[in-house]
Design a protein around this ligand. Structure first.
Ligand code: FAD
Length: 300
């Protein structure tokens, strides 16, 4: 298939924690669906803590919307046999995109012999399960995505190791990568330059998040191990109203996304926090040229 000539668009959602959150998430899903993204990704709690709500959301996306879901899956703390069963269940349920992740182990966690310890092993496991299911998959293979880091992963000794790991994930069978959040456009450019020099050829999609509050920025920085951007923090902190804060956050996110696209990024993955308003503001400002029908997921 020839490479797409338009920027990919995708959103990240997380499984809702209660009925009220589910209702509000579905309002957002319907608004986001109108923008015809290539896929929407559904996060997965560490060690499968929210496995059933994630699978429930994936099932609803498959049966009640036109959206193509990308199921996140983490391997740390889950046995190889159980991971195989989950992948079988996802593929059997119609999921055709999986984001293979390690996840974060709880303090003091020790892997057992034979465990799937890193994301590249998980990519191989997914490809093995896929290989056993070729008849069922006649309508299309599984797209496997992986994580990439525009700034050093907190457990890595160096950005060079991050690139070696990304290459290992591609060699294991990954089709594309999505980056962790980043705040400086040149971080994405540097990642892509290093990756290409090392032989990584898969698309690397920048993950960007509308940062519309200092609380969210702080939480995100802690979760992702990414340093808080001082300038953005000061601007958000200095905003007098929620409306002004939202404008500041959206402007910063549009700047990041636009710089990445101008630099050749294959598209944009928007971390939504299950809210559509800021994501749609970013999209409006970006004014991406999109085809009448989404369709990139199959070629990623
Ligand atoms: P890996 O690629 O396995 O790397 C983890 C660390 O191990 C790195 O420091 C790497 O250098 C090192 N490493 C990798 N392979 C080897 C090897 N063979 N030998 C030695 N060292 C190695 N977390 C969740 O819990 N749920 C989610 O839904 C989720 N979604 C995410 C989505 C995106 C787009 C991103 C970027 C991250 C997401 N995360 C999620 C967070 C992710 O799980 C963490 O960043 C985690 O710490 C690393 O995951 P990874 O897949 O990059 O791991």
């Amino acid at each position: 298939m020839p490479p797409p000539t338009y920027p990919a668009l995708s959103y990240e959602l997380y499984p809702p924690r209660n009925a009220a959150a589910e209702e509000s998430l579905w309002t957002s899903i319907r608004r986001l669906e109108d923008t015809r993204p290539d896929f929407v990704s559904v996060t997965y709690g560490a060690a499968g803590s929210n496995r059933e709500t994630a699978i429930h959301l994936l099932r609803r996306l498959l049966t009640e919307t036109t959206l193509r879901p990308l199921a996140h899956l983490t391997c740390v703390g889950t046995s190889r046999a159980e991971l195989t069963q989950i992948v079988e269940r996802l593929i059997g349920g119609g999921v055709r995109g999986i984001l293979a992740l390690r996840g974060d182990a709880p303090e003091g966690f020790e892997a057992a012999a034979g465990d799937v310890e890193h994301a590249d092993d998980l990519v191989r496991l997914i490809r093995e399960v896929e290989g056993r299911r070729t008849a069922q998959l006649a309508a299309g293979r599984v797209s496997v995505g992986v994580a990439a880091y525009a700034t050093r992963h907190p457990d890595s000794p160096s950005v060079e190791q991050d690139i070696e790991v990304l290459l290992a994930k591609e060699e294991a069978g990954a089709d594309f990568a999505i980056t962790q959040v980043f705040f400086t456009p040149s971080d994405y450019t540097r990642l892509v330059t290093r990756a290409r020099r090392a032989g990584v050829t898969i698309p690397i999609i920048p993950g960007v998040m509308p940062l519309t509050s200092t609380r969210r920025l702080k939480k995100l920085a802690g979760l992702a191990g990414v340093d808080v951007d001082e300038t953005l923090w000061a601007k958000l902190d200095g905003a007098r109203t929620d409306e002004e804060r939202r404008r500041v956050g959206v402007t910063a996110t549009v700047g990041l996304a636009r710089a990445a696209l101008d630099d050749g990024a294959p598209g944009i993955h928007l971390y939504t926090f299950n809210e559509h308003a800021a994501a749609l503001d970013v999209l409006d400002a970006l004014d991406l040229e999109r085809p009448p029908e989404a369709g990139l997921a199959a070629s990623l």
